[in-house]
Design a protein around this ligand. Structure first.
Ligand code: SF4
Length: 317
């Protein structure tokens, strides 16, 4: 039987960012240095495939530091942790390695500096996301106000409208965040923003690539986990940019082939925590069913790399 023709537009950049790459390396190097088990507080990055792979090598994933024995090393995930977490690890004399992405740490430092200057911090982010918890936790409880959507701004009860600064989660929708910032600036004209955008390069670049592809395709698949903020934003960006079928899939087995019947042009991208092997698996699944012509749509070139912490570098030197 002849296969139907299918044009596949592959977004570039897609998949792993420098922060995710570094966080995974940290766990692997910690396992080499200290042997198994190495504890990891929270999923190191939001991807089950990655987590299962590290678990098979001896990583033990827990949600709280209290679940880690004091005599084994613990790693903090790429999303960042409240200040209370390393403080508790130190109190228990634990060996810990912080895999917080340097671009999340930048936001932490920003929030602290503004607070030291006497400004109240407004955080734009998603309630309950570990990154939001980590950033808000750089300051004592109750000091950071959370805004999730532009509609929240009208009811925000601030200490002093003239002494405010905002920070954001790194993985938000660029366009939604611009709306929220505009609402904040309209109500609090003196509010101070970050020197350099908090939404990271990887989030911005992946959203731009989706915007370039979405209007050209009948369907867009975003490879990523349901708890991956940046992946879910890519699905929304695709829908808003004109693709009526924009879906998240964790891997090829999740593809709803029936929903894709009659599709002739498809877009594929992947969130910052989705490994290449899953992208390949999805492309292969399409090649099994269709006569695929692949075209990469590159909207940015990324050369960002982050070093792993010194404690791990010295060991392999
Ligand atoms: Fe860092 Fe951005 Fe990757 Fe998050 S998505 S780990 S902030 S580079």
């Amino acid at each position: 039987m002849t296969k139907a023709a299918l044009k596949v537009y592959l977004a570039a950049p897609r998949g792993f960012c420098a922060g995710v790459d570094r966080a995974i390396k940290i766990v692997e190097m910690a396992l080499e240095k200290w042997g198994a088990p190495v504890y990891v507080r929270h999923e190191i990055v939001h991807n089950r495939f990655v987590v299962d792979g590290l678990r098979a090598k001896g990583a033990v994933f827990v949600e709280e530091l209290a679940d880690c024995p004091a005599d084994r090393p613990v790693i903090f995930s790429a999303h960042g942790v409240p200040k209370s977490v390393p403080a508790e690890a130190e109190r228990r004399n634990m060996i810990y390695v912080d895999a917080t992405c340097p671009l999340v740490s930048k936001v932490h430092i920003e929030a602290e500096r503004h607070a030291e200057a006497g400004l109240q911090i407004v955080m734009i982010g998603h309630a309950g996301h570990p990154e939001t918890i980590g950033t808000m936790g750089q300051l004592p409880d109750g000091q950071v106000l959370l805004v999730e959507r532009a509609g929240d701004v009208a009811t925000l009860a601030v200490r002093d409208p003239a002494r405010l600064a905002y920070v954001t989660q790194t993985t938000l929708s660029v366009d939604d965040t611009a709306d929220i910032v505009a609402a904040l600036q309209a109500r609090f004209p003196a509010i101070i923003g970050p020197h350099k955008e908090d939404i990271c390069y990887a989030t911005t670049n992946r959203q731009e690539a989706v915007k370039a592809i979405a209007p050209r395709v009948d369907a867009l698949l975003v490879i990523g986990a349901p708890n991956s903020s940046n992946s879910r934003r890519l699905v929304e960006v695709g829908a808003r940019a004109g693709c009526s079928y924009s879906q998240l899939v964790q891997r090829a087995a999740d593809i709803d082939w029936r929903a894709l019947e009659g599709v002739r042009r498809i877009g594929i991208t992947a969130g910052a925590s989705a490994p290449d092997i899953l992208i390949r698996e999805v492309i292969d699944a399409f090649s099994d069913r269709f006569d695929v012509t692949l075209e990469e749509v590159e909207t940015a070139i990324e050369r960002v790399e982050f070093k792993v912490p010194r404690v791990l570098r010295t060991q392999t030197a």
